[in-house]
Write a protein that binds this ligand. Structure first.
Ligand code: 5RP
Length: 230
């Protein structure tokens, strides 16, 4: 089975948790896109739900698939957010932001009663850090912000190269919020919660891709079938 089929299977399993009348956070990325498509088919068949997209790309997908949308200004909470991840550890801590949507993804996940992470099982890792950690930053004062981030890395016992993310056309990648992303190759993050805290207090860091204690469950699809981890 190819990776895309596994992603779709994980999305289909998460869809089983969705009930009529729910308010949903809609994640970003190739796995979350499967969820939006499958949800759209259920909406066409009569399911009554409303979604908050975590990116402009997901907004466009949801509109194309006929999923009704709202915003976090119009509703006071979300029942479930379904989103992908770049890495998932056994404590259900995550690295997210490979698709550049980490800021809205974190706001939406934090506003949700439950966050279900959907992924193929290659995303399951014993320790976070093999995937470069995305850090969303304000372009102003980037040199100072980089130095503060390096200091936070040293305090948390990690080190590695950081690079400003570029789009396929070579231009600097700009997030939906108008910010830039630094991707940090750390290899192994022994204390993700500590690093998350240290990064969060740096002026110039808008958000980072460590999602600590936000995921309630992970649906992992692999050659052997589906595993749900809670
Ligand atoms: C986007 C994300 C994605 O959820 C993450 O990159 C996984 O993407 P995919 O499902 O395409 O592997 O965090 O910011």
């Amino acid at each position: 089975m190819d990776m895309d089929q596994l992603k779709r299977q994980a999305a289909a399993r998460a869809l089983e948790e969705v009930r009529d009348g729910m308010q949903l956070g809609l994640g970003t990325g190739s796995t979350a896109k499967h969820f939006v498509e499958l949800l759209g088919a259920r909406v066409a068949a009569g399911l009554n739900v409303i979604g908050v997209p975590t990116s402009e790309a997901t907004r466009a997908d949801a509109e194309r698939c006929g999923v009704p949308l709202t915003t976090l200004d119009e509703i006071d909470h979300l029942d479930i957010t379904v989103d992908g991840a770049d890495e998932i550890d056994p404590d259900l801590n995550l690295i997210k932001g490979g698709g550049g949507a980490l800021l809205r993804e974190k706001i939406v996940a934090a506003a949700s009663d439950r966050m279900i992470v959907i992924a193929d099982d290659t995303k399951w890792v014993p320790t976070l850090g093999r995937f470069p950690l995305p850090i969303e930053v304000i372009p102003f004062g980037l040199g100072a912000t980089r130095r503060a981030i390096e200091k936070a890395f040293a305090q948390c016992g990690v080190s590695g190269q950081m690079a400003v993310r570029r789009a396929k056309d070579g231009h600097v990648f700009v997030t939906d919020g108008g910010h830039w992303i630094l991707d940090a190759q750390l290899g192994r993050i022994a204390d993700p919660a500590g690093l998350a805290k240290a990064l969060s207090v740096i002026p110039g860091v808008v958000e980072h891709g460590l999602f600590i204690g936000l995921a309630s469950s992970a649906v992992l699809a692999g050659g052997e079938g589906i595993r749900v981890i809670e």
